[in-house]
Design a protein around this ligand. Structure first.
Ligand SMILES: [Zn+2]
Length: 71
């Protein structure tokens, strides 16, 4: 019985791992409404108000849109 409950616990942990979506780190220039998938984007290179790192889910919650850059 003990082994069974242990396996049950492990399977819960594994399934939680699968349910959690991958939350990419994205980059936002200052208070821009656009977020970038890559820090290398030239718009960020020109950014003077500071580059903020955040999770993609946070950026979406804040109503930001993804940049069309494909880096
Ligand atoms: Zn970009």
């Amino acid at each position: 019985m003990k082994i069974k409950s242990l396996l049950f616990g492990i399977s819960i942990i594994l399934s939680l791992g699968f349910i959690t979506p991958i939350d990419n780190t994205v980059y936002v220039c200052g208070k821009s409404e656009i977020y970038h998938n890559s820090k290398k984007h030239s718009a960020l290179g020109r950014c003077k108000s500071g580059i903020k790192e955040m999770k993609e889910s946070e950026a979406k919650k804040a109503g930001k849109r993804i940049c069309k850059c494909k880096y």
